[in-house]
Write a protein that binds this ligand. Sequence first.
Ligand code: SAM
Length: 322
Amino acid sequence: MPGAGCDRPAGALTPLPARGEKGLARVFQSRHGLAMNYRHAFHAGNFADVFKHLILTRILAYLMRKEAPLRFLDTHAGIGSYSLAGKEAQRSGEWRDGVARVLQAAKPKPIAALLEPYLKVLGPLTPTGGGGRYPGSPVIAQELLRAQDRLSLCELHAEDRLALAATIGKDRRVTIVEQDGYAALRAWLPPPERRGLALIDPAFEDPKEPQRLEQALAMALTKWPSGCYALWRPIKERRADAHFLNAIAALGAPGILQLELDIGVVALTQHSPSPLSRTGLLVVNPPFTLVEEARTLLPWLAGVLASDGRGSWRADWLTPPK
Ligand SMILES: C[S@@+](CC[C@H](N)C(=O)[O-])C[C@H]1O[C@@H](n2cnc3c(N)ncnc32)[C@H](O)[C@@H]1O
């Protein structure tokens, strides 16, 4: 049962469902009749999660410099917290080459300062997985945000939505909906606070996901042009990625920040079976501090997370700022 595009040696573990691949997980039918087999539990805390969550904490830290309330919108929220002792995380082991390396690495002073909110939300987690859980984006935001802030979370997978609600617990700041994330985004915008961040972090199971992302951003920019948006993507095929980037640039929004991390060739071993080695975030209307912060953090992160020292990174403008 090989995952699409996953050329595995005989005798290796069955490939795990990775973003943009059909995986082996039990196929779940959403209320909307969509097949959903992506399970983030296999990938929680991997290099792509660390990259995305670190940037997320930097954006939230900036937005919280002002007392005024903010809104965090998470269109594809997941279950909020992931057991690293669970069978999915144990089987993939991806977190060992992600968050475990970050916890273990030496942190020069400027790096430690920028990592502070991220390390705070990791709490008691140790490089060997002691402490047990890796936080997803909803829990990261829940931990960092203040009493005056609000969180709107969307998760289409019914069981995952229940798990998310259980993880979040009673928190009057948080609303959770079970629907398509792009439809939720349309309904949420503009948020009453008129400031905040929308994280768009789909599973990339659908080959049309890049087009859906592009259409969602086009819609969002008409409803809330000044909003900050962070769009996650896997980078697998250069031409397809260039096509996607051109389409996003053509939307005409100025100052879209293009952040990328490449950890080099990933060996298809039992320990790290995901073939994904490059990931990116596009940040629309980023905090003015983010580009310099990324230029400090990403070289360090690339060094820490790269397999055989061949990591690279990028932090520049897809469209020039005004
Ligand atoms: C990559 S995971 C989210 C990870 C999470 N944002 C984090 O950083 O911790 C993507 C999630 O989107 C959910 N999902 C898939 N299609 C969806 C859709 N159309 N609308 C909302 N959620 C969806 C999946 O069930 C999965 O839990």
